[in-house]
Design a protein around this ligand. Structure first.
Ligand code: NAD
Ligand code: G6P
Ligand code: MN
Length: 440
C-alpha cells in the first residue's frame, strides 16, 4: 500500500491535535510516510508540534515527523496539503463578530459582514500559500478547510484557473449527516445525500439509505416533533445547541428540504441579532473554551511525556472527513462526498462559474459533481443573491474597489440597507488596515 507525504498548514490550529489523533486511528487505511506541520506562529506550532511528538512516539513510531515555521521545509515532495489557517487569529474573528453586532447586524465568522472581513483577510494568505506549495510540489493535492470557504474557493478559482488539484471542503454537511444519524438512531455511514447550494448556504433534498429509501420525510417529522441536536451535543457550547435548535424553526417555515444550520443567519437576521450577545461572541467562547482546553491539554501531555491520562475530546467528523477525502483521491475510491466545486451545470439553472456545494464522486482525478438539476424559485433567488455577494466580495479584493465592497455588503441578506452597508464597511476597513488591500 502506497504511503503518503502530508503537510498541514495551520499546524498550530485548535483542530490539529484531533486531526493528528485521527491520522493515528486511520493509519492502516491512509498510511503516512512523512508528516510536516507548518505554521507562521512559532509558539503555537511548538506546543502542538511537541504534543505530536509524544503522540507519534506511542502510536506512529514509523512516521517521519517534523514541525516548522520555514516555508522551504514545508512543501518538498508532498502528496497532500491540508490547510486550516486563520489570518488575523481569534483577535480578528472577535472584531468580525463584534463590529457588525454593535450596529445591529449579524456578526459571524463566515456569514454577513464578518465573513466578508475574514474573506478579504484570507484571500491574500491563501494565494501566497498556494504559490509556495506549487513552487515545491506542483502535483500535490491541496485540500482546504480555511474559511470563509465560499470566498476562498472563488478567489482561488480565479487566481489558479488551470489548477485542478485544489479542493475546498467544509465539514458542516458531515456534521449534519452524523446528527441525522443520532435522531434516526442509525449510522450515518450508510447515508447517501443529495445536497445543493453554496458553502454554508445549502439544503439536503434527499438522503438515501443503503436500500434506497429516502429518509428526509422521516427526518423532517422527527425534527418538527423533537427539535434537533448535534451528534456530539454533550461536548458543544450553548451557541451551537441554539444553532442546531434553529433547524426546527427553518423546517417549520420552509418544509421542502433540510437546511444547513448557517441559513439561520440569512433567514432570521433580526431574531438572531437579538439573541447574540454583542459583548461576548463565539470568538470569546472559543478562546475561553476550545483554544484554552486544547493548548492546556497539549502542555500536560508534553510535561507527562505520554498520552496516558490525556483527556482531549475532538470533533471526529472534522478530522475524519478531511482524511477520508484524501483517501478517496489517493486510492481512486470514487466515494461520494459533499464538496465545493465549479458548478458547470450541476445545478442547471445556476451559472456555470459559481462555486457550489454539492455531492460529488471523488477519484484520483478529483471531484465529479452529481447532477442536481433545476432548483425552485425560492432557492434560486436566495442562492443568486448570495452568489452575487460572494463574487462582488472577491471583485472588491482583486480590483481594490470600495464600490464593489459596498455592492457586496448591500446584497447580503444580513445587511440589505446601503447606509448600513457603508457604515459597517468603513469600520471594518479601519479594523483590517493591516490585512486588506487599500481600496480605491
Ligand atoms: P486557529 O487560529 O486556532 O488556527 C489557525 C492557525 O493558522 C494558527 O495557529 C495560525 O497561527 C495559523 N496561521 C495563520 N495564518 C497562517 C498562514 N498564512 N500560514 C500558515 N499558518 C497560518 O483557528 P481554528 O479555529 O483552529 O481554525 C482554523 C481554520 O479552519 C479557520 O480558517 C477555520 O475557519 C477553519 N475551519 C473550517 C472548517 C470548514 O468547515 N471549512 C471547519 C473548521 C475550521
Ligand atoms: C463548522 C463549520 C466551519 C466553522 C466551524 C466553526 O464546523 O463548518 O466552517 O469554521 O463550524 O466552529 P467554531 O467552533 O470555531 O465556531
Ligand atoms: Mn464550514
Amino acid at each position: 500500500m502506497k504511503k503518503f507525504n502530508v503537510t498541514l498548514v495551520g499546524g498550530g490550529s485548535t483542530w490539529t491535535p484531533g486531526l493528528l489523533q485521527t491520522l493515528c486511528k486511520l493509519k492502516e487505511r491512509f498510511p503516512l510516510n512523512k508528516l510536516v506541520l507548518f505554521d507562521i506562529n512559532e509558539e503555537r506550532q511548538a506546543v502542538i508540534g511537541e504534543f505530536a511528538k509524544v503522540l507519534f512516539k506511542e502510536e506512529y513510531p514509523e512516521l517521519d515527523f517534523k514541525y516548522t515555521t520555514k516555508i522551504e521545509e514545508a512543501y518538498n515532495e508532498v502528496d497532500f496539503v491540508f490547510m486550516q489557517m486563520r489570518t488575523g487569529g481569534y483577535e480578528m474573528r472577535e472584531k468580525d463578530e463584534k463590529i457588525p453586532l454593535s450596529m445591529g447586524l449579524i456578526g459571524q465568522e463566515t456569514c454577513g459582514a464578518g465573513g466578508f472581513a475574514y474573506g478579504l483577510r484570507s484571500i491574500r494568505d491563501m494565494i501566497d500559500t498556494v504559490n509556495d506549495i506549487r513552487y515545491y510540489s506542483k502535483d500535490a493535492w491541496i485540500l482546504n478547510y480555511t474559511n470563509p470557504a465560499a470566498i476562498v474557493a472563488e478567489a482561488l478559482r480565479r487566481e489558479f484557473p488551470e489548477d485542478k488539484r485544489i479542493l475546498n471542503i467544509c465539514d458542516q454537511p458531515v456534521n449534519l449527516l452524523r446528527s441525522y444519524g443520532r435522531i434516526l438512531g442509525r449510522d450515518s455511514k450508510d447515508f447517501e445525500p443529495v445536497y445543493f447550494g453554496l458553502n454554508h448556504f445549502g439544503w439536503f433534498t434527499n438522503l438515501y439509505d443503503s436500500e434506497g429509501n429516502d429518509l428526509v420525510p422521516e427526518l423532517k417529522s422527527l425534527i418538527k416533533e423533537r427539535g434537533f441536536l448535534p451528534v456530539d451535543a454533550e461536548q458543544r457550547d450553548q451557541s451551537w445547541l441554539d444553532t442546531y435548535g434553529m433547524v426546527k424553526n427553518m423546517c417549520d417555515d420552509f418544509s421542502d428540504y433540510l437546511p444547513n444550520t448557517y441559513l439561520q443567519y440569512y433567514l432570521y437576521p433580526d431574531y438572531k441579532v437579538k439573541k447574540l450577545n454583542p459583548d461576548y461572541t463565539r470568538a470569546n467562547e472559543v478562546m475561553d473554551g476550545r483554544e484554552k482546553r486544547v493548548f492546556e491539554e497539549c502542555k500536560k501531555v508534553i510535561e507527562r511525556g505520554t498520552m496516558e491520562g490525556c483527556e482531549m475530546v475532538h470533533n471526529d467528523a472534522h478530522s475524519e472527513f478531511m482524511i477520508q477525502v484524501a483517501e478517496s483521491i489517493a486510492y481512486n475510491q470514487g466515494k461520494i462526498f459533499i464538496v465545493i466545486v465549479e458548478n458547470n451545470g450541476a445545478i442547471s439553472n445556476i451559472q456555470d462559474d459559481a462555486m457550489v456545494e454539492v455531492a460529488a464522486v471523488l477519484t484520483a482525478n478529483g471531484p465529479r459533481a452529481l447532477r442536481v438539476g433545476k432548483i425552485g424559485t425560492f432557492y434560486k433567488g436566495l442562492i443568486e443573491a448570495q452568489l452575487a455577494y460572494e463574487k462582488l466580495a472577491v471583485d472588491a479584493y482583486f480590483e481594490k474597489s470600495y464600490e464593489k465592497a459596498l455592492q457586496a455588503l448591500t446584497l447580503n441578506r444580513t445587511i440589505v440597507d446601503a447606509y448600513k452597508a457603508r457604515k459597517v464597511l468603513d469600520e471594518l476597513i479601519e479594523a483590517n488596515k493591516e490585512y486588506w488591500p487599500e481600496f480605491k
